[in-house]
Design a protein around this ligand. Structure first.
Ligand SMILES: Nc1ncnc2c1ncn2[C@@H]1O[C@H](COP(=O)(O)OP(=O)(O)OP(=O)(O)O)[C@@H](O)[C@H]1O
Ligand SMILES: [Mg+2]
Length: 385
């Protein structure tokens, strides 16, 4: 089901005077007002999906430009691209709601994403039928002759469209420009047809800075009444690496796992939750704890290979870590050391090679040995200088 459909369902039976802007919070029908059962099962990424452009954090320059387009009643074809979980889909849905109002979304907006069939027939038929019919709703009050009179076609995850379909789209975009605007959303632009790219105004959604993640995560922490230590919150933000979806999913998983258990080991959701700590966060993300990485690095740098391998094996077994997770954190940690350039080159080159081998199906045990060999080689280069 598309996001548009979900939104429609959310508002079934909702009085028409409901405000969808950030003002008038009292009247606002947000997903937080859903019945308790629905609230509990709704993933937080959906429950806290921004309703308005003001709720989208980070990307200030992009939002400013988009707001200027709306104010001046001018909207070009748009292309949003960037890594996952940075707010591309949320921004276009909030923009559509701002232009048309929630009631007219279904009539004015066609959203197709990768779960829909988007071969050549769909582009030819579905988009053509939607784009070629005249609109009969005037958009939000006072905007009937402005942007509200345009239809919006959102092609989410467009990098998954076949190239024949992308080619067919070029002509359709030009033909229906009089009454239709397209918003193409993709993770990678190199998978899109260059001629399609040149028809759109591009906006790159870069990974969100920690301040933007913090703003939204703090909002959710407050709204859900979560107890979390400062250090756990900082770890969550750092480990999310600019992906808001990831930070909200991890927070929800940690919150669920902090439910106290009764004597028979069953969760008791009515009792106050335990405070979320660093341990919860690292366990949930399955990222190695900094102290474990420190221990692995020390043993590799200072002890012989047999002892190092035994220590690494113990840590991996006790903490349930995979070599791939250790490699990423270990290389970050090694890069922060002050060592001769030659040593650094041996480490970086070697670890990159091991990561590639692990990714292509190399044996975990053999590659762990390989990692130990690479680090020791770097140390030997250092000693021979
Ligand atoms: N900039 C943001 N401000 C507020 N919330 C955000 C932001 N970015 C992402 N989110 C949250 O993360 C969820 C996922 O965001 P969204 O679907 O917009 O990501 P996306 O960029 O379209 O990712 P993908 O490329 O994987 O489709 C949203 O439901 C929202 O809760
Ligand atoms: Mg998306």
């Amino acid at each position: 089901m598309s996001d548009i459909d979900e939104m429609e369902i959310d508002h079934v039976g909702v009085p028409s005077d409901i405000a969808f802007s950030s003002e008038g919070k009292g009247k606002k029908m947000s997903k937080a007002n859903l019945p308790v059962s629905a609230q509990d099962t709704l993933p937080w990424v959906e429950k806290y999906r921004p309703d308005t452009l003001d709720d989208v954090t980070g990307h200030e320059d992009i939002l400013q430009t988009i707001n200027r387009f709306v104010e001046s009643n001018r909207l070009p074809h748009l292309l949003f691209y960037g890594p996952p979980g940075t707010g591309k889909t949320s921004t276009i849905l909030a923009l559509a709601r701002k232009i048309y109002g929630a009631q007219n979304l279904r009539q004015q907006v066609l959203e197709l994403n990768a779960s829909d069939d988007r071969g050549i027939e769909v582009v030819r038929e579905q988009i053509k039928t939607f784009a070629s019919t005249r609109q009969i709703f005037g958009g939000v009050a006072g905007k009937g002759d402005g942007l509200g009179s345009f239809k919006l076609i959102i092609l989410d995850e467009a990098d998954a469209m076949t190239s024949t379909a992308q080619n067919a789209l070029r002509r359709i975009m030009e033909k229906y420009t009089a009454n239709t605007r397209f918003c193409i959303i993709a993770n990678y632009t190199h998978k899109l047809n260059p001629a399609l790219l040149s028809r759109c105004t591009r906006f790159r959604f870069s990974p969100l800075p920690i301040t933007a993640l913090r703003k939204r995560v703090d909002h959710v922490i407050e709204a859900e009444g979560i107890k979390i230590t400062d250090s756990a919150r900082e770890s969550l933000l750092t480990l999310s690496r600019g992906d808001m979806r990831r930070s909200l999913n991890v927070l929800q998983a940690c919150f669920a796992s902090s439910t106290p258990l009764d004597a028979s080991g069953r969760p008791t959701p009515t009792q106050p939750h335990e405070e979320i700590t660093d341990e919860h966060i690292y366990d949930c993300i399955a990222a190695p704890h900094p102290s474990d990485i420190q221990q692995i690095m020390n043993t590799l740098l200072k002890q012989d290979v047999t002892t190092s391998l035994r220590t690494i094996h113990e840590i991996k077994t006790n903490k349930g870590l995979a070599l791939a997770d250790i490699l990423a954190s270990l290389s970050e940690e090694l890069c922060s050391l002050e060592v001769p350039k030659q040593t650094m080159v041996v480490w970086l080159e070697g670890l990159a090679e091991i990561e590639w081998r692990v990714g292509s199906g190399g044996s975990e045990g053999v590659q762990t040995g390989g990692m130990a060999g690479v680090v020791r080689n770097g140390v030997r280069v250092m000693k021979n200088k």
